[in-house]
Design a protein around this ligand. Structure first.
Ligand code: CTP
Length: 332
């Protein structure tokens, strides 16, 4: 007789401050270890007790974790030390964490209890990205040596971005992340639009902290990511913070995204709209910068009557986050 297999419930927890694709990759791996993924997110108070206040408040962090596509449920105010009571309360079989040691304020391993009970599994931590690393990159934005018109910045190698120093992007050369095609495959949805699907196209830098909310506009959301040099042209300084490869993973981790164009033209062309059979082109509340010739990048979709402004409900900008980080630093 066939016995129905019990559903495996997996627990993963953390601060998830400045949510990045390293967090998303841990969540992805945890989900693969079972059927249903519960993600415990610590409160601001709990994080402050153990390692100092987070940059993003708990409501922002809950919302950002909920938008990650492998998450089935977010548990708010999860305790910093994972206990068996917590796992049992949510019917979780075991807890997953990256292969790095996390400690409490008194230096104790936060997972000692679940490890002792044999209810702990490890996933591989993503090298080259962390909240601390991203904070560092954001603080560099204010440094003049990264300004776009600095003649010392060699922009001839922009095609070959990566963590290799020799091939580093002049704008995101601080990234230590090694991008691979396999990682993209693991993050991608890998499906074509279904017949009759309404296809939405959104384009931008999507550098940090964007939750794409274009799903309500259609069934299949395609994100066109601008190249690093294009983003730098209209944002200046040393933007983008994350290079194109990293932005591809961040955007693919979002549950509202079906497909990504890696290095999209700044002006939305008729060819692109025809190729992807785009029904509607959307843009959020941010100011629309003209293209390099001074033209409106949305002239073509507007001419076709296929353009719509959206309110993403997210009014955070990278600059606002930089100001928060500086303010937090001054607290100590
Ligand atoms: N994680 C990961 N790879 C990273 C960063 C985090 O796999 N580059 C994993 C952690 O191991 C943990 C989960 O993401 O299982 C949530 O981690 P969190 O408590 O938010 O993170 P930190 O380890 O403090 O991450 P960061 O240094 O980026 O703040």
């Amino acid at each position: 007789s066939e016995k129905k297999q019990k559903q495996v419930r997996v627990w993963v927890d953390g601060c998830f401050d400045m949510v990045h694709f390293g967090h998303a990759n841990a969540i992805r791996q945890a989900k693969k270890m079972g059927d249903y993924l519960l993600v415990g997110v610590h409160s601001d108070e709990e994080i402050s007790k153990h390692k100092g206040p987070p940059v993003f408040n708990e409501h922002e962090r809950y919302k950002m974790v909920r938008a990650i596509k492998w998450v089935d449920e977010v548990i708010e105010e999860a305790p910093y030390v994972t206990t068996l009571e917590t796992l049992d309360k949510y019917n979780a079989d075991f807890c997953v964490h990256g292969d790095d040691i996390t400690t409490t304020a008194d230096g104790q391993d936060t997972y000692h209890i679940v490890k002792g009970a044999g209810r702990y599994k490890e996933c591989k931590r993503t090298a080259g990205v962390s909240t601390t690393d991203l904070v560092g990159r954001m603080l560099l934005v204010t440094k003049t040596h990264h300004q776009r018109d600095d003649p010392q910045v060699d922009k001839t190698n922009v095609g070959e971005i990566g963590s290799n120093q020799a091939a580093a992007s002049p704008w995101t050369g601080v990234s230590q992340f090694l991008p691979t095609s396999n990682k993209i495959i693991q993050f991608a949805e890998g499906r074509d639009p279904l017949p009759g699907d309404r296809i939405v196209y959104v384009t931008g830098a999507f550098d940090m902290f964007h939750i794409l909310n274009a799903k309500q506009e259609g069934d299949f959301v395609i994100v066109g990511l601008h190249s690093d040099s294009e983003v730098n042209r209209y944002k200046g300084s040393n933007f983008p913070i994350m290079n194109l490869h990293e932005r591809v993973l961040s955007v693919l981790a979002c549950k509202y995204v079906s497909e990504v164009v890696i290095g999209a033209p700044y002006a939305v062309t008729g060819e692109l709209m025809d190729h992807f059979k785009v029904d509607i082109v959307c843009h959020g509340q941010t100011h629309i910068m003209p293209d390099i010739d001074g033209n409106d990048p949305y002239a073509e979709p507007k001419r076709r009557g296929k353009f719509k402004l959206l309110d993403s409900g997210n009014h955070l900008t990278t600059q606002m986050i930089i100001e928060r980080i500086i303010a937090h630093r001054l607290e100590y």
